[in-house]
Design a protein around this ligand. Structure first.
Ligand code: ATP
Length: 333
């Protein structure tokens, strides 16, 4: 097993800057998640580490070894994509064994490895089936198994769960977490999905326009975002941003941020702000409420279930407010 290091990596497509001066140091055995809006360079980073794209600027290391000049085949990384392509004419066992066979691994060891991975992923009863006879979730597990079977040094996963329906996604995510805890193979994982990012990541990297915005534990990024981009990317609904005129004490060049769960709903006459309930989304344990205050909409996460259209007051506790420079979005306190 090995850690992964990116040192000032910059990648362009023609004149388009896809990855801009990215440095990451992923220790051996950790699970890191790359997250950010579409087109921010996540897949390009994965492809660069995998060796599917040459490093244009900077250096990539797997363990101690600089792999800039090492081909994808020789890097000993396994990649799992969103569109996993299983061989339809081969059985599950043959699909799992395929990569080992191509690498000249003997039949006895192949069988052993396939059995190991099938046990690990609950595929034992399916080994003789063809991919067409499997559910989406089972196919995804075979794709994962195919990557795991040769115990690579590093896993690279590009939205591997995004083709699954929500229940299967939840199950497979839990499975992935368990597998990682068991195998401790260094993993770099790309997703759009917050739950995946928050639950899987040892460290979460938020990217925007090819650059790393912030890296840290999910909890740290949620509680201490460095800028508005990170603050608005994590949390569902995301952090509310209040225009300065809504909070009389905030100076003009400051944008105030407050998370939906930090706002309290109260009677119209007792709140600091007063607005009308525009949306009510009961989720069972909590309710998401959108309150309209003139042209501003604020999301509130609450235990109560207000009535659509009614007037409510809002309490914005100062201790939960974040302050950002309105010009560049950088957090001030
Ligand atoms: P998504 O979440 O949509 O998959 P991403 O964050 O993975 O996006 P990348 O696929 O890494 O983003 O793309 C980064 C940027 O580089 C994007 O602006 C994209 O349009 C551009 N890009 C990616 N691949 C190519 C290519 N083969 N040719 C030209 N431009 C490309």
């Amino acid at each position: 097993m090995a850690g992964v290091i990116l040192e000032q990596v910059t990648q362009r497509f023609g004149r388009h800057l896809a990855v801009a001066d990215v440095s990451l140091r992923i220790p051996n055995g950790e699970f890191w998640v790359l997250m950010g809006p579409s087109g921010c360079g996540k897949s390009t980073i994965l492809r660069t580490v995998a060796g599917l794209m040459p490093v244009q600027q900077g250096r990539v290391f797997l363990g101690e070894r600089c792999v800039n000049q090492v081909s994808a085949r020789e890097r000993d990384v396994a990649m799992v994509f969103q569109n996993y392509a299983l061989y339809p004419h081969l059985s599950v066992a043959e699909n799992l064994a395929f990569g080992l066979k191509m690498r000249g691994v003997g039949s006895a060891v192949r069988q052993q490895r396939v059995q190991w991975v099938a046990d690990l992923l609950g595929l034992t009863g399916l080994l003789t089936q063809k991919p067409g006879q499997l559910s989406g979730g089972q196919q995804q597990r075979v794709a994962l198994g195919r990557a795991m079977v040769r115990s690579p040094q590093v896993f690279l996963m590009d939205e591997p769960l995004s083709n699954l329906d929500s229940r299967l996604r939840d199950q497979t995510r839990t499975e992935l977490k368990r597998l990682h805890q068991q195998l401790k193979i260094t993993t770099l994982y790309v997703t759009h999905d917050q739950t995946e990012a928050m639950t899987l990541a040892d460290q979460l990297v938020i990217m925007h326009q090819g650059r790393v915005q912030q890296a840290g534990t999910p909890q740290n990024l949620y509680q201490h975002p460095d800028n508005k981009t990170v603050a608005s990317f994590l949390g569902n609904p995301p952090m509310n941003f209040l225009p300065p005129w809504l909070l009389p004490n905030a100076p003009g060049e400051v944008t105030v941020g407050i998370r939906p769960e930090a706002i309290e709903i109260t009677a119209p006459e007792t709140g600091m702000l007063r607005g009308r309930v525009a949306v009510v989304e009961p989720l069972g344990d909590v309710t998401l409420v959108q309150v309209q205050i003139e042209a501003t909409e604020l999301w509130v996460k609450t235990q109560s279930v207000p009535v659509l259209g009614e007037w409510v007051g809002l309490i914005i506790p100062r201790q939960f407010c974040y302050y950002f420079d309105s010009a560049n979005g950088i957090r001030l306190t």
